[in-house]
Design a protein around this ligand. Sequence first.
Ligand SMILES: NC(=O)c1ccc[n+]([C@@H]2O[C@H](COP(=O)([O-])OP(=O)(O)OC[C@H]3O[C@@H](n4cnc5c(N)ncnc54)[C@H](OP(=O)(O)O)[C@@H]3O)[C@@H](O)[C@H]2O)c1
Length: 329
Amino acid sequence: MRNRRVLLASRPSGWVSEANFRIDETPLPQPAQGEVLVKNLWLSLDPYMRGRMSDAKSYVKGVELGEVMVGQTVGEVVSSRNEKFKEGDKVLTQLGWQLFGTTTEATRVDEKRAPLSCYLGVMGMPGMTAYFGLKDIGQPKRGETVVVSAASGAVGSVVGQLAKIWGCRAVGIAGGGQKCAYVTRELGFDACLDYKAANLKEALRQACPSGVDVYFDNVGGQIFDTLLTQMNLHARVVVCGLISDYNATEPYAIRNWRAVLVNRIRLQGMIVFDWKERYGEATKALGGYFGEGKLKYRESVIEGLDNAPRGLIALLKGENFGKQLVKLA
Ligand SMILES: NC(=O)c1ccc[n+]([C@@H]2O[C@H](COP(=O)([O-])OP(=O)(O)OC[C@H]3O[C@@H](n4cnc5c(N)ncnc54)[C@H](OP(=O)(O)O)[C@@H]3O)[C@@H](O)[C@H]2O)c1
């Protein structure tokens, strides 16, 4: 049996293309003392991967050329030289875009609590990002209005559902009527605005008659700029992601900074790793809501490791509808 891997072949300038990746095969790795050999079953595709393809300074170092692309996976332990794990255990790891890998760092996941793929989405990193970003930075109070962009996606869908659970009015922003209908009908948001069709400023005025108290920003750019004009006094902005800028060669220049000053808006950037010590708290809370049927989710699944580059490109273009995953086995 051999391992199959997707490597970073070149750094994109502007949009990612399939030519930025290369696929190779190597002998199956053997676990050293303390390690487990894992067969990956699911690979998560995430917008941050665009940043890792670059060598620009960021919060984490980029992938080197010729290295396996980074990514979280859920897989099955096929052999173990670590007393904490046995064959057949299902684990969450950072093994990246490959079919097999060895590691000392694995977290056991419980298939009875949630389907395995959920540990990469609603019960995993995106869910925790929504939980800590909204709770700690957004600090929503009952009755307040929370707006979130990329509302049908992995992070945004959880943000809006938590806002509802915590007693707020939840308004989503998403691309297209189909996504907006899902956000209101299935996820239970109070409203969802199609930024591709509507005059967003006018639509926000109608959907948020009392203004916006918390904006959870997943996209940056023009949507963020427009939101600034609708924020209330002492509103909070969670700067979680800037996907509209990830493939831009020039960053979007914000025009409405004045709103930050006059409304004393508090903006804070977040990286979910900063809450590492409190992951247990999020897992417990999200697991509880999930178990009670209060957290719905949707997945965009593509089959096969070789299709992962295509999946990432689709995600960055907004073609995914729900958490983007690659089914490996
Ligand atoms: N800070 C952190 O720790 C952290 C952790 C996880 C994720 N994030 C960030 O959170 C955001 C969402 O991530 P996710 O994993 O949940 O992805 P996602 O929402 O499941 O998928 C990305 C979505 O972004 C939207 N999008 C793409 N291009 C856009 C554009 N030019 N303008 C507006 N919207 C666009 C698309 O939705 P529409 O069709 O609705 O436009 C697309 O479906 C990303 O910016 C990501 O980098 C940050």
